[in-house]
Design a binder for this molecule. Structure first.
Ligand code: ADP
Ligand code: ZN
Length: 524
């Protein structure tokens, strides 16, 4: 068996060269391909552009039978399949936009074993007729792309994805690989549970994009600041994300009036208009696109030099994904986020007026987005710790690092808080923790014997408001986590253990400094 597996791996390397022209796998790709070839269920968290597709396309070429790829991006399926065919990979797709004849042709190809990859939409896949059809075939692998869509914790929940859990029952012995560019812990947990992955191997690639500079500015006089920004980036391609369709049109017009080469893009345009706009941007005929979030999915343009958020994104996943459209070529690129409290209110209203099952989650995510914008610690640290990644040093490529506030050594403050989290067995939320630290004699504290723990009252000298700020900073530094699925209780992380054991220093910003900075921002 070992010899067989070794043979498969060398075939995989050959296939990478033959079909894609690459000499080597990226480090994590090799391990992922190996996991799939060994028939393990596999979960892959990798940022956009990291190279997820190869992780199932190569096994598909090496393994016997048909790999079924589930993707919600119907609009992109055709292009994806054509790209594969151009590389000599026999592939096809099935979705609701095709007529009966087209469907029949593809089903025939699959039946005769003439294709290796079949892209299908989740709703098509889960029809009883289609499952029965697949049962007659030799299936090598199920690849579930954009797997975060299964989770209401994710930023792009799709009800039709929840049915995919039944795949495991219909095909108990066929390995599943689930892939996503969303990496938060709760989404990850959901993917494993809801897709019923069987002891999956989990691969998490780094989400750091060090070539992207991160800047947040108050939204007052946005238009003036944008013009200045554009003059500092002459002839460089970029995207300005706006909240509303009308917003994109207005901004594009204002920019045109100032002599800039700008166009707008949103989902209210016809498919033809959108294609033309997109093409003009990709071919560098249009320099600036003012767009809603509808723009960017599946657009492969490596030399986008900057991304501006005219409005606050609704969560950090979206923000990360949208700034990630800049600098795919690895060269230095700039991102700028305009923050206004008005946007927070607008977004909050949009979320609560929606009849979604996950309103609470979305509000919580919006709050994290807002905290990011208001923060006075390295923005990259906050962003990466949100994705459960520990960045040890300040990045020196964000506005906070470039213009740092006065930090003080907050190691002891952090140790007091973390020790209280540990001694309450990670079962309390933020306000209870503060009460314990400040030695409150509240009934619940006495009942649960929290007044007996060593850190009870150890933080009396710090006000409630200051503690709230410090705990928020610890959260943003990845030194505590909030378990949103366990009543918002506070949890320790790997990094916080280093602090508790005295192996790591913590710098915090004093509350007064934060108040002052926010005041300055308001005045600007
Ligand atoms: P994702 O699906 O994670 O967004 P893709 O699979 O589209 O990423 O890959 C991003 C880019 O990286 C593509 O242009 C792809 O051809 C390229 N790529 C993938 N694997 C390798 C590799 N091993 N060596 C070089 N380039 C690679
Ligand atoms: Zn930084």
């Amino acid at each position: 068996k070992l010899i067989m597996q070794a043979a498969l791996l060398s075939q995989a390397k050959e296939a990478l060269k033959k079909y894609f022209g690459y000499d080597t796998f990226r480090p994590m790709q090799a391990e992922i391909v190996q996991s799939v070839l060994y028939q393990r269920d596999t979960l892959v968290l990798m940022p956009t552009g990291g190279g997820k597709s190869v992780c199932f396309q190569i096994p598909a070429m090496v393994m016997e039978g048909l790999c079924v790829v589930i993707s919600p991006l119907i609009a992109l399926m055709k292009d994806q399949v054509e790209g594969l065919k151009a590389n000599g990979i026999p592939a096809s797709f099935l979705n609701s936009t095709q007529n009966t004849q087209e469907l029949a042709i593809t089903e025939n190809l699959a039946y005769r074993g003439e294709i290796k990859l079949l892209y299908v939409s989740p709703e098509k896949l889960m029809t009883p007729g289609f499952i029965n059809f697949l049962k007659k075939l030799k299936i090598s692998l199920f690849a579930i792309d954009e797997a975060h869509c299964v989770s209401t914790w994710g930023h792009d929940f799709r009800p039709e994805y929840t049915q995919l859990g039944a795949l495991r029952e219909y095909f108990p012995h066929i390995p599943i690989i689930a892939l996503t560019a969303t990496a938060d812990k709760l989404t990850r947990k959901d993917i494993v549970q809801l897709l019923k992955l069987n002891e999956p191997e989990i691969f998490i690639a780094s989400f750091d994009r060090p070539n992207l500079s991160l800047t947040v500015m108050p939204a007052q006089n946005r238009f003036g600041l944008i013009q200045r920004f554009l003059r500092n980036h002459p002839r460089q391609s970029g995207i300005i994300y706006c909240l509303s369709r009308k917003g994109t049109e207005d901004l594009a017009e204002k920019l045109q009036n100032e002599g800039f080469n700008a166009a707008f893009y949103h989902a209210g345009m016809t498919a033809e208009e959108r294609n033309l706009t997109q093409e003009a941007f990709i071919n560098d005929q249009t320099q600036i696109i003012c767009a809603t979030i509808a723009f960017g999915m599946g657009i492969d343009k490596s030399n986008v030099r900057w991304v501006i958020h005219y409005n606050l994104p609704k969560n950090l996943e979206s923000y990360y994904q949208e700034i990630g459209r800049a600098g795919r070529d690895g060269l230095k690129s700039d991102t700028l986020l305009f923050y206004s409290y008005r946007d927070v209110l607008t977004l909050r209203e949009m979320i609560t007026s929606n009849q979604n099952p996950n309103t609470e989650v979305q509000l919580m995510k919006l709050e994290r987005m807002q905290q990011f914008a208001e923060a006075q610690i390295c923005r990259r640290k906050i962003l990466l710790s949100y994705f459960n990644e520990d960045l040890l040093h300040n990045c020196n490529n964000c506005d906070v690092c470039r213009n740092p506030p006065a930090w003080f050594d907050g190691t002891v403050v952090a140790q007091k808080a973390l020790s209280a989290v540990a001694r309450t067995n990670e079962k309390v939320g933020m306000s209870m923790l503060i009460d314990i630290l400040r030695g409150s004699a509240r009934k619940e504290i006495i009942e649960k014997n929290y007044d007996q723990i060593k850190t009870y009252g150890a933080g009396k000298d710090i006000s409630i408001a200051d503690w709230q700020q410090y705990l928020l900073q610890l959260l943003q530094l990845g030194l505590i986590e909030v378990a949103y699925d366990e009543g918002n209780t506070l949890k320790l992380t790997e990094a916080s253990k280093q602090v508790l054991f005295g192996n790591r220093k913590v710098n915090l910003v004093q509350m007064s400094v934060i108040l002052q900075k926010n005041q300055e921002k308001k005045e600007e």
